[in-house]
Design a protein around this ligand. Structure first.
Ligand SMILES: [Zn+2]
Length: 260
């Protein structure tokens, strides 16, 4: 009898472990959609604690659009509009984030000194499987790194395009750190960012943000191909009733990149 019970208990433990490891493997998990963020759905409704169950690596933003999120090796960093990096409480909520469990299947050495466009072009050649999700991690030394953050918003929320017009931009020379991000396939338009979306956190954890441009001197690139995509939608009325019927790719390009 004892034996039978203990065997049953072990089956239970194994099932729980399988349940934990299984669903997040090779999976890009995201909450909300990028277009919802573009139209101003900034109220968080998923805690960082809950988000962490779906990954240890990723990017996003915080409740009320209060800065840029970097999730690296299971730790969250919040780069706020004052340019400083904070350790957010795990009870804090996010309105939009993409995460995965980072298990790299490729390592690449950067071929030389490159700017962001150069790295993107090189990665596109190295990673021709453009219909798969690629999680990208670059540990490097940078001659220059330019980032931005977004300031906390209050209701009525302006669209992200308006917020981005006043975004603070930060620049550091001669800095080491990690690029954290994803290359998403073209068919995610409206849902996530097609192409590259990269954030940065410095080695000393004092500088970071959404990357606008950089020049990398040396670096190691690690890539994890993800073949599963899991999405959960915010339960808020803001999300449920937002107008997400239009194509907003042009708006997105304006928000993600540098102002001319
Ligand atoms: Zn970003």
């Amino acid at each position: 009898m004892m034996k039978r019970w203990s065997r049953l208990a072990w089956i239970g433990v194994a099932a729980i472990l399988a349940g934990c490891a299984g669903p997040t493997q090779n999976t890009l998990f995201q909450t909300s959609t990028i277009d919802a963020l573009l139209v101003g759905v900034y109220d968080g409704d998923m805690s960082l604690r809950e988000l962490q169950r779906n990954g240890d690596f990723g990017i996003g933003t915080f409740d009320h659009l209060d800065g840029e999120m970097v999730l690296l090796d299971g730790r969250f960093y919040q780069v706020r509009a004052d340019g400083r990096v904070y350790s957010p409480d795990l009870d804090m909520e996010t309105p939009f984030a993409s995460v995965c469990r980072f298990q790299p299947d490729r390592r690449l050495a950067l071929p030389g000194v490159l700017d962001m466009a150069g790295v993107v072009a090189w990665l596109d050649r190295e990673l021709p499987r453009h219909n798969m999700f690629q999680a990208i991690r670059i540990e490097g030394h940078f001659k220059q790194m330019r980032t931005r953050s977004v300031p906390m918003q209050s209701r009525p929320y302006p669209p992200l395009k308006e917020v981005a017009e006043t975004q603070p931009v930060f620049e550091r020379d001669n800095i080491s750190g990690t690029i954290v991000g994803f290359r998403c396939p073209p068919f995610v338009a409206g849902v996530n960012v097609p192409g590259y979306h990269l954030h940065f956190i410095s080695q000393d954890r004092s500088f970071g943000g959404h990357i606008l441009d950089f020049e990398v001197l040396t670096g190691l690139v690690r890539v994890a191909e993800l073949d599963r995509f899991v999405m959960r939608l915010p339960l808020t009325d803001d999300f449920a009733t937002a107008d997400l019927s239009r194509d907003r790719q042009e708006e997105l390009a304006g928000v993600e990149k540098q102002r001319p």
